[in-house]
Design a protein around this ligand. Structure first.
Ligand code: HEC
Length: 153
């Protein structure tokens, strides 16, 4: 009787722990430091990927360029969740407070940057001005956002 009771309790505790573990989204487990450093790392990665896109597309390697474009598109989608309210300062962030006053527009710019990378995969091969097309659908989006939402440096 006592043993059965103990086993039932253990099973109950086990499943409660399993449910608690899986019912929180991953981002809520990240600290402010991890979020700010995480988004900086993602932006830096997108920057080096953007330079590679430019290099391989200029050489005519469109298959490689397209897979890098899709990578950037996905990173922008991830970045949308990297600006919670509690990450407005600290850890050398260059994010400006206006992001949180203007969150809808900020998110729209991030989504546009993401969908423009998908659009690029469709049009890059037939473009007769590779540089100009990348300027319009990739680099212009960096500037449009930074000029308003990232501290000048
Ligand atoms: C919708 C807004 C938005 C778009 C689009 C965007 N950025 Fe940024 N970027 C930011 C913000 C905000 C920061 C500051 C993040 C921080 O310091 O917490 C940033 C930071 C950076 C950093 C600095 C990372 C570090 O280590 O501090 C680089 C590099 C960068 N962006 C490159 C780019 C490039 C290249 C593009 C386009 C291909 C781009 N970003 C597109 C908003 C954007």
């Amino acid at each position: 009787m006592l043993i059965k009771y103990t086993i039932n309790t253990l099973i109950y505790v086990f499943f409660t722990l399993v449910i608690l573990t899986f019912s929180f989204p991953a981002s809520s487990e990240l600290s402010v430091e991890e979020i700010i450093k995480g988004r900086k790392a993602l932006f830096s990665k997108n920057y080096s990927t953007a330079k590679r896109v430019q290099a391989v597309a200029s050489k005519g390697d469109f298959e490689k360029a397209k897979s890098l474009m899709l990578e950037m598109s996905e990173n922008y989608k991830i970045l949308i969740d990297y600006f919670p309210e509690n990450t407005q300062e600290g850890f050398k962030t260059e994010a400006l407070p206006i992001i949180w006053e203007d969150k809808e527009n900020f998110n729209n710019l991030m989504t546009k940057a993401s969908t423009d990378m998908i659009e690029l995969t469709r049009i890059i091969e037939d473009s007769d001005d590779i540089r100009g097309t990348l300027q319009k659908f990739m680099w212009a989006n960096c500037k449009a956002c930074h000029s308003k939402y990232r501290a000048p440096h």
